[in-house]
Design a protein around this ligand. Structure first.
Ligand SMILES: C[S@@+](CC[C@H](N)C(=O)[O-])C[C@H]1O[C@@H](n2cnc3c(N)ncnc32)[C@H](O)[C@@H]1O
Length: 235
């Protein structure tokens, strides 16, 4: 099943390049239309059980990581979040196609703006824990004047600090050293005393690579990985 699903994914992506609807490569997250709070997902509609812990993948892209994780860990709910609506729609379609729907959902939002309310809602409305938030290979926005478009901003660090309970993990990885250091620096500056550095990691502790991670490692590129843990200091 898994092989055929991923073969179909490759075909769909190839088809897009030869004439289907193209997904824009980049979206400017600072656009005025992307500054409002996105509606919180209707948790009881999108998951078969909301008693399960939640893993959130911010900037999920094509969503293969989420699909594979949801298949591998049926007792955990997975939420792939992306700012590009077509990727989110496609992710949900692939979940249905693969028969992985009970614990997998993709939703559109600008994470920097909306994530705080979403995390709090899962904890308060479902009474369940957000176990891990992953930010993997975020868009690097190399030019200095575009660094403010990067997804990890003070507002997101504060949202994670407020929305996560002690013990929750934040997993950061990038193939760009400067981006990795910038993410870590933002957590140190704006989440000071609220997150402990668990480890700088050689391997991906989640056990399933993202699309970008496969691309990087298959060309012998380096991945810079950090795991942070929310401690019990109150905000
Ligand atoms: C380079 S891709 C990485 C995709 C995937 N995580 C991987 O490792 O293969 C970065 C993704 O983050 C999304 N993104 C960028 N800014 C975002 C934001 N503010 N909120 C949510 N998603 C965002 C982009 O649309 C894109 O799909």
């Amino acid at each position: 099943m898994e092989d055929s699903v991923f073969a179909e994914l490759e075909l769909a992506e190839a088809a897009q390049k030869v004439g289907g609807v193209r997904v824009r490569q980049h979206v400017n997250p600072l656009k005025a239309s992307l500054q409002s709070q996105a509606p919180v997902p209707a948790w009881t509609d999108v998951y078969a059980s909301t008693a399960r812990p939640l893993v959130v993948d911010i900037g999920c892209g094509g969503g293969r990581f989420d699909l594979m994780m949801a298949k591998k860990y049926p007792e955990t709910n997975f939420l792939g979040v992306d700012i590009r609506a077509p990727l989110v729609e496609r992710g949900n379609k692939w979940g249905e196609y693969a028969g992985v729907v009970d614990n997998l959902h993709f939703a559109e939002c600008n994470a920097t703006v909306s994530m705080g309310k979403w995390l709090k809602s899962y904890a308060e409305d479902c009474g369940s824990k957000v176990e891990t938030v992953a930010i993997q290979f975020p868009d690097p926005h190399f030019k200095k004047r575009h660094h403010k478009r990067r997804v990890v901003q003070p507002a997101l660090v504060r949202a994670l600090a407020e929305g996560l309970t002690p013990g929750a993990r934040v997993f950061l990885q990038s193939d760009v050293k400067d981006v990795s250091e910038d993410m870590r620096d933002k957590f140190e500056r704006f989440g000071a005393h609220l997150f402990d550095l668990d480890a700088s990691l050689h391997d991906n502790p989640l056990g399933v690579p993202t699309e970008r991670e496969v691309q990087t490692t298959s060309t012998n590129g380096r991945c810079y990985r950090v795991m942070l843990v929310r401690n019990n200091t109150t905000v």
